[in-house]
Design a protein around this ligand. Structure first.
Ligand code: MN
Length: 421
């Protein structure tokens, strides 16, 4: 892009000063949740070795904080977290979350992690129906738990679960209470992926105006977004435009329900579209995606941005030919930026020019008639032969994929019930 821009042949509106968000930070710190929220993807269960492998790769890539598991869930989970903490990561902080319950925090202390994000909800209906606590009780519990973590030398953060459906006065009171008790960071959590980007902006501005005007409460803000409406990445970026510096992400957008903001999307958008330093070695992103995909046993959609098989594959003749004349023609960034190579997939959209180019590259001499015949045959292969086969194979693969999920489906659950009763 640089050269085309310099030559006056392309305009990059991302760099036009009036489009630059006012509160955009210069640097952000990637907070990965792949091994925590990510592992809550229905049907996923990782072995300790797989967790260690992923944690090490996240560290190598340049992640600032790696949430490695939820020690209070089970003895096995606590041991896995402890094993990763014991391995030690070279740059990343090892974090493990806790409910605002002393036993949860003790489990994190026993697992010997660096950092504990403590979460308790702030929305009134969760207080009433889920926690059965008053606002006062929530604040008391929060103080007690944050202080308990701090007394044991941990970095403590406060995640206000369901922030985006909470009363703003109480939300900010909870943040202040956590900071008073020693919290290092606070997190705005769109737990059910409920807001649109402009609403995230509104919430961030409210939180900032109520907290950051006092030096004492000027702590870094993390953001946690879900993809229930496909807005997780957009909402995360909007929060960063308003000054959030710790985006919580999951590799390949895995996570509860529709998943979380994707690590690779947030990082690449920040680096390429905003010009922000994320500290991530982007050329390792494709390897990271592949490792997590393999260990999660959840195939990425072929068209997944950045890391899907098709993300840098060209198929139409016009596009393929365009790519040969200048790589920027149909690509926003070089595939090498994320550790990939450009590919072509020939089909009915193939053009004769492109076939001739490939023949030339392969050192093959062909007459115009032969080139035409090759082009025609490529098109026919695409249209006729494969379609019937792929319809049948697709159904089979889909059902195979469902069967790969670990755990128990609702149907299997009732089968167990009727077997026992
Ligand atoms: Mn979540």
């Amino acid at each position: 892009m640089e050269t085309l821009e310099k030559a006056g042949l392309a305009v990059n509106y991302n760099k036009v000063p009036s489009t630059k968000p006012e509160y955009l930070p210069r640097k952000v710190f990637i907070w990965d949740e792949t091994l925590r929220d990510g592992e809550q993807t229905p049907g996923v269960a990782l072995t300790i070795d797989e967790k260690i492998e992923i944690a090490k790769m996240l560290d190598e890539v340049g992640t600032a904080i790696v949430a490695v598991g939820f020690p209070a869930v089970s003895e096995a989970e606590k041991n896995a977290v402890a094993a990763i903490a014991k391995e030690g990561l070279s740059n990343a902080k090892v974090a493990a979350p806790a409910r605002a319950v002393i036993e949860d925090i003790d489990a994190c202390i026993e697992a010997d992690v660096d950092e504990v994000p403590i979460f308790i909800a702030t929305s009134d209906f969760r207080l009433k129906y889920q926690l059965r606590m008053t606002r006062e009780q929530v604040l008391e519990r929060l103080t007690e738990c944050v202080e308990h973590g701090r007394e044991h030398g941990l970095i403590v953060d406060y995640i206000a679960e369901d922030s985006t459906r909470s009363n703003m006065d109480f939300l900010c009171e909870a943040y202040r209470t956590a900071i008073d008790a020693g919290a290092d960071k606070i997190c705005v959590a769109d737990t059910v992926g409920f807001v649109r980007p402009e609403v995230m902006r509104h919430i961030m501005r409210e939180v900032k105006s109520r907290l950051w005007n006092e030096q004492k409460y000027r702590v870094p803000i993390a953001v946690h977004c879900h993809d229930d409406f496909g807005l997780a990445t957009a909402n995360t970026l909007t929060a960063i435009e308003e000054g959030a510096t710790y985006p919580q992400v999951c590799v390949n957008a895995y996570g509860e329900r529709a998943g979380n903001a994707a690590f690779e999307e947030v990082v690449m958008a920040l680096e390429e579209l905003y010009g922000i330093d994320t500290g991530v070695k982007t050329e390792k992103l494709y390897r990271l995606s592949g490792l997590v995909e393999k260990n999660f046993v959840i195939p990425l959609p072929l068209h997944k941005s950045i890391s899907g098989d098709n993300a840098f594959t060209h198929s139409s003749g016009i596009h393929s030919h365009g790519q040969l004349t200048h790589s920027m023609t149909y690509e926003p960034i070089s595939p090498m930026r994320v550790g990939r190579t450009r590919e072509f997939h020939l089909g009915k959209f193939v053009g004769r020019h492109f076939v001739e180019y490939l023949l030339k590259m392969g050192g093959i001499k062909a007459s115009p008639e032969q080139a035409r015949e090759i082009t025609d045959r490529v098109k026919i292969t695409h249209e006729d032969k494969k379609k019937l086969h792929s319809d049948m194979a697709f159904e089979k693969i889909k059902s195979e994929l469902r069967s790969l999920r670990t755990g128990v489906s609702e149907r299997e659950f009732w089968e167990i019930v009727f077997d026992v009763i």
